[in-house]
Every structure is written in C-alpha cells, then in structure tokens.
Design a protein around this ligand. Structure first.
Ligand SMILES: [Zn+2]
Length: 46
C-alpha cells in the first residue's frame, strides 16, 4: 500500500484513493487523500 506524509497529521498515512500521475519532469508520482483527516496527500514515486 502506498504511503505519503500527511502535513495535517504530521505522520505517514496510507493513501486513500491513490491516483498515479506523472510530473512535468517525467517522474512518477501518486496522489490521494489521508484516510484519517481527508487532507490531500502527495508523494513522489509510484
Ligand atoms: Zn491526515
């Protein structure tokens, strides 16, 4: 399961509804929401 740092919880959380995307520089990234607080989270890498 992909994880990302949630700035609101100040800890790592699983990414809910992760969506894979590609940055402008061609690197993969994953974004979704924090399952605890609902804040959008983002991480570099698939
Ligand atoms: Zn959170």
């Amino acid at each position: 399961m992909a994880q990302a740092y949630c700035f609101k919880c100040r800890t790592k959380r699983e990414i809910r509804n992760p969506v894979k995307m590609t940055l402008k520089n061609g690197r993969p990234a994953t974004r979704g929401t924090c399952p605890s607080c609902g804040t959008k989270v983002f991480r570099i890498g698939g």
